[in-house]
Design a protein around this ligand. Structure first.
Ligand code: BG6
Length: 482
């Protein structure tokens, strides 16, 4: 059956920077289902050709060396534009008739709606799709991708789920988190569940703690207006970082199928011990980089956190007493996303000179980006130096192993999965609500008089100094490697 992808918010940045380049590259690789058409919808008036011309320029820019003029021409002939306003019911009637008559020519077709508008329009768009009869499936499946953020707290996420379920059943809904589309995040599932050597030691008996770091070198730039309402907890923790935590901590699903995977992920969120009372001071750190308050659209007295570190416990058999340290920030030393599995020290230390610290125990470092790979750190004997030991590593790197093969952008995989009806790498309604249930109390505590102080840090370091001191007090230290 032919497919129609309908992008709401077609004149926005996400469409030109991510969605169209991803669809174009899928087309170029011959991966898009046969007869896939793309229809952009936004308020700006465009002719089909004017929109195509704009997208050609942006796609060239964002796909770089991969751009091929001939492949673009064939792809461009499958993209169309329809002016429309989310608040206007007549726009949806017109869109429906344009899709049925001009695009699908009266024949059945699968449809994938993509909400890439401002999140404040999600509910209205869903309601209009319902009112126009565009969610019902007599002429082919109807799926909808909803971009992040899915709500701004638990109450709004619940309201959005309710509004969505009035029109679409859960199996039609694809809540996107682009971290799940990253090759290295999927490879974490492969590392854990396609190998036998890691699983026996992937638990409280061998692991001291887990660190998940998502550090960004960039500052907020022109996104101050959005960021100041969001802050790092909403922007990075509720979604991307908790996704990484779930995949690191989950049990093996019975099969690689959407609901089996999501069932296991949800169990992890349920097992996370809610923070309360003194935990907010003891287990959370909030920071802001110096200069944030001068950014465009940021109030000069903003107390929004651009950095956070959290210590969470997953109360289940596998992870009892194994803390998960999570941290993320803007304006940090470098861009890196990594998961560090810090193993315990051996029970008795026979070799080496002087006292050892936890730093010397084995580590498994999963580099999600940008130097995608996996390293195992272990002690070896320095030759001809008595029994002196040194930490060395086994180092797997995607770029060395798969020479000349660049890692595709996350949106390619996710768009293709949604077109094919595979929701394995999308968040389910209970998952987003549970995630907000973890973040909301921290946000509330940070607004209260008992909030831990906002720590300032100069751009270009690993967050506030307190973050390092806090780890040292717990006889641990962050793995700060770019
Ligand atoms: C987005 C956040 O979801 O993820 C941004 O809104 C952040 O603030 C981005 O920069 C990070 O994504 P990536 O793929 O560059 O790590």
């Amino acid at each position: 059956m032919p497919h129609t992808v309908v992008i709401f918010g077609a004149s926005g940045d996400l469409t030109s920077r991510k969605l169209i380049p991803a669809l174009y590259l899928l087309h170029q690789k011959g991966r898009l289902p046969k007869e896939t058409r793309v229809v952009g919808v936004a308020r700006t008036p465009f002719s089909h050709d004017a929109w195509r011309a704009e997208l050609e320029t942006s796609t060239k820019k964002f796909t770089g060396k991969e751009f091929d003029a001939t492949a673009w021409q064939t792809f461009a002939s499958t993209i169309f534009y329809q002016r429309g306003d989310i608040d206007d019911a007549a726009s949806f009637t017109a869109l429906k008739s344009f899709l049925e008559t001009d695009i699908e020519k009266g024949a059945p077709a699968s449809r994938l709606y993509y909400l890439s508008t401002s999140p404040t329009l999600y509910e209205a768009a869903i309601e209009q799709l319902g009112a126009a009869g565009m969610a019902e499936e007599s002429q082919g499946v109807r799926r909808i991708i909803i971009e992040k953020p899915f709500g701004t707290n638990l109450a709004s996420a619940k309201a959005l789920n309710i509004a969505t379920h009035k029109v679409f059943s859960e199996k039609q809904v694809y809540r996107i988190d682009h971290y799940l589309g990253k090759e290295t995040v999927q490879n974490l599932l492969v590392l854990r569940f396609a190998n036998t050597i890691f699983e026996p030691i992937w638990n409280r008996n061998y692991i001291d703690h887990v660190q998940i770091t998502v550090a960004e070198e960039v500052e907020v730039g022109s996104r101050g207006g959005y960021y100041d309402k969001s802050g790092v907890l909403r922007d990075m923790f509720q979604n991307h970082i908790l996704q990484l935590l779930m995949i690191t901590a989950m049990e093996a699903p019975v099969r690689y199928q959407a609901d089996f995977i999501r069932d296991e992920k949800v169990k992890v969120l349920r097992a996370i011990r809610p923070l309360s009372g003194a935990d907010f001071a003891n287990c959370t750190i909030r920071g802001q980089y110096a200069g944030y308050r001068e950014a465009k659209d940021v109030p000069p007295d903003s107390n929004v956190a651009t950095f956070a570190a959290l210590k969470l416990q997953v109360d289940n058999w596998r992870w009892n007493r194994v803390p998960f340290y999570l941290r993320s920030g803007k304006a940090m030393s470098c861009r890196t996303t990594q998961i560090v599995i810090q193993f315990k020290e051996p029970p008795q230390l026979l070799f080496g000179d002087g006292p050892r610290s936890n730093l010397d125990a084995n580590k498994l470092v999963i580099q999600i980006q940008p130097a995608e790979g996996i390293q195992i750190h272990f002690l070896t004997k320095v030759p001809d130096a008595g029994m002196k030991l040194r930490m060395t590593d086994l180092n797997f790197s995607f770029s060395r192993e798969y020479v000349g093969k660049s890692l595709p952008d996350a949106y390619q995989r996710l768009l293709l999965d949604a077109l094919n009806g595979d929701a394995s790498l999308f968040a389910r309604s209970d998952e987003v609500e549970l995630a907000w249930g973890i973040i909301d109390p921290i946000l509330a505590a940070w607004q209260s008089p008992a909030a831990p102080p906002l720590e300032f840090y100069p751009p270009g370091q690993w967050g506030p100094d307190l973050s390092d001191q806090w780890m040292h007090e717990q006889k641990r230290s962050w793995f700060d490697v770019c």
